[in-house]
Design a protein around this ligand. Sequence first.
Ligand code: HAM
Length: 422
Amino acid sequence: MNFKVPKGTQDILPGQSEKWQYVERVIRDLCDKYRYNEIRTPMFEATELFQRGVGDTTDIVQKEMYTFTDKGDRSLTLRPEGTASAVRAYVEHKMFGQVDQPVKLYYTGPMFRYERQQAGRYRQFVQFGVEAIGSADPAIDAEVMALAMDVYTTLGLKDLKLVINSLGDKDTRDAHRSALIAHFTPVIGELCSDCQSRLEKNPLRILDCKVDAKHPAMATAPSLTNYLTDSSAEYFTKVKQYLDVLGISYEVDPNLVRGLDYYNHTAFEIMITGEGFGSITTLCGGGRYNGLVEDIGGPESPGIGFALSIERLLLALEAKNIELPTENDLEMYVVAMGEEAKLKAVELVSSFRAKGISADMDYLDRKMKAQMKAADRAKAKFVIVLGETEIEEQVVNVKTMATGDQTKVEFGQLVQYVLENK
Ligand code: HAM
């Protein structure tokens, strides 16, 4: 048997996992500063939640969900994204009743989509996302975008482009929808079968089609921007004003529509530009979803959020040659020669760890030279060598590896010595 990780998934091994932990720490610190609190929801939900939330006509629901029937005959789905779950929890736990609105949530965890595997696209990937639910203030739209940008800039990424658009309100969408149907109906026979079924159900999706992207009718399609109602246009103007106040530059792209159905008003993506990154250049996507809370059975509570995958974030850092400061060097390596010394080593290693000093030793009864090499590879700051003499005299030389200096320290004083000198 020759087992491999399932297609579209990956093992994150030591060496790489330190980078994940570092990024996750940066994210948690930022969320703390912006006052977003963590929510953890199950990795599977009722299938209907995503059908309703993400939308029946989206690629995610139609083609990409890991759906299964459990032994109780329920249809469940591994979550393809986090917004529907966060909104479900907001409704289920009546968070709309809390005094402080919007409720500002964040999550990190694996999401699952049956997608074609390519660089930056996985079947299991980890999203970090935030959702601010309970406010229709354009200032919170700007805050959410600022937080997303902050993740990347804090980690040292430049060459970013924030692309924004307004999808307007329901009236905007209805007027635009009619215009799209009128525009695509004469050429519908030339478009793919997916687009043909999208025409009546959700013509906006046609603009997102990868197969027909180059069809001439795409370039001349009516732009949503021309159908924005006055109040939608005003809302969008305010969002832009707040971004200006924050000093965040952006580009308005009237063709940005996003691939999920719940969006209205603000939609945005963060792209990486320049050399070094593969064909997928979108690092992060988000937008406003007024109406989703009601669709999922709650009271009117407008919301906005975004999600980004850690995988793409790390790929971007790698492409731009940005090293994360992920040193995990050892403080003390205890070399032991002989049975008695080993007993003492086990005891000492434990007492170092008890005082917060990282410590390790040999478990293969290797020769002294091999143990010293292991200490070197672990980049140990201090090394002690326990042999018969040391055990007898209860004193050992503490070697500072960087300088080669040696200091005689009594066993009883070792922990104190390391604490003072580390
Ligand atoms: P999304 O655009 O589907 O939006 O995904 C957001 C981000 O997740 C993408 O920009 C990308 O970084 C990452 N991502 C998506 N699919 C994959 C994949 N197969 N492999 C690796 N990374 C991937 C959402 O999921 C919305 N829930 C975002 C949101 C939150 N909108 C409002 N609140």
